[in-house]
Design a protein around this ligand. Structure first.
Ligand code: GUN
Length: 299
């Protein structure tokens, strides 16, 4: 069997076209342009390239976008002061602080400083709490992108065994909640989360109808760890070298060439989950701008 390759780039482009149209409508009807502020601290190469990509897409979609490049040694107080400035700026509907942050900065404190109504990453405790209760405001972008991908390929999740490898606040935890939630079309799954202390990881991964991997270990999941016909979603983006033209060579957490022979569908890296994450950030920012419009009309 050879798997369907889930084309995250193509699905993203379709959604971006819809967003672009909505942006034009919002502008024409209400004179509102969705505004996104991205905040980068330091020069971590992966973070630099992610933020650059997010800014580029925001601009292509007609958003108002602002980029803050802050030095590695910025103090927590200074960083929080910048966040508060954007909390109060009417033209900004979404604030994204790229993670990870340098060690001297408390990530929790920084996330807590973002106004929940502008937290387009969905990382603020208020937004995570709403997600847990089944009434989300902003769905974290990577889990959101995975949900949309599963929906687009017509994957029937209900009652299925989903195994998520990785328990991060950004991917594993929120994704588990979304997939077991009483929710259609993507929900009602039986979800297992595996992590570094899981005994016999392969026992769990081999049971998965849908296997989602977010651990940051290049080609870690091999074919003998995957059930025949499984849907495999690879969230990993690992930099394994530099090409002669100076570009990073990327691979996922799944051994794509091996596993694609066994899976029924699989996401590639690059071109799978990555573009979806950026697209859902734009969707959340648009949603935030629309909410500001409705609040203005009905204060
Ligand atoms: N670092 C890795 N993924 C993400 C993300 O989705 N949002 C932010 N802010 N930082 C990240």
């Amino acid at each position: 069997m050879s798997a369907i390759i889930i084309d995250g780039k193509k699905i993203s482009e379709e959604i971006r076209e819809e967003i672009k149209k909505e942006v034009e409508e919002l502008k024409a009807k209400y004179g509102i342009i969705p505004g996104l502020a991205t905040i980068l601290v330091g020069e971590n190469p992966a973070s630099v390239s992610y933020v650059k990509a997010k800014q580029k897409v925001a601009q292509n979609l007609g958003f108002y976008s602002v980029q803050e490049n802050l030095p590695e040694n910025i103090s927590q107080e200074e960083l929080i002061a910048i966040i508060k400035k954007y909390n109060n700026e009417e033209k900004i509907h979404g604030i994204l602080v790229q993670l990870p942050l340098p060690k001297h900065i408390d990530e929790e404190e920084v996330i807590n400083a973002i106004l929940p109504d502008k937290d387009v990453d969905g990382f603020h405790p208020v937004n995570l709490g709403r997600l847990l209760r089944g009434n989300p405001s902003f769905i974290p972008c990577t889990p959101y992108g995975i949900m949309v991908m599963l929906e687009k390929i017509g994957c029937d999740v209900e009652g299925k065994e989903v195994v998520i490898v990785g328990r991060s606040n950004i991917v594993g935890k929120p994704l588990a909640v979304l997939l077991f939630q009483k929710r259609k079309p993507i929900g009602n799954a039986t979800v297992t989360i595996c992590h570094t202390k899981t005994k016999d990881l392969a026992f769990h991964t081999k049971r998965a109808d849908i296997l989602i991997v977010a651990i940051g270990k290049p080609k870690f999941i091999k074919a003998d760890m995957v059930k025949e016909g499984a849907v495999v979603i690879d969230v990993g983006v690992n930099r394994i070298g530099i090409s002669p033209s100076g570009k990073a060579i990327l691979c996922g957490d799944v051994d794509f060439d091996e596993v694609k022979k066994k899976a029924s569908a699989i996401t590639p890296v690059p071109g799978g989950v990555g573009p979806m994450t950026i697209t859902m950030l734009m969707k959340n920012t648009l949603q935030s701008a629309k909410r500001f419009v409705s609040q203005k009309k009905n204060p």
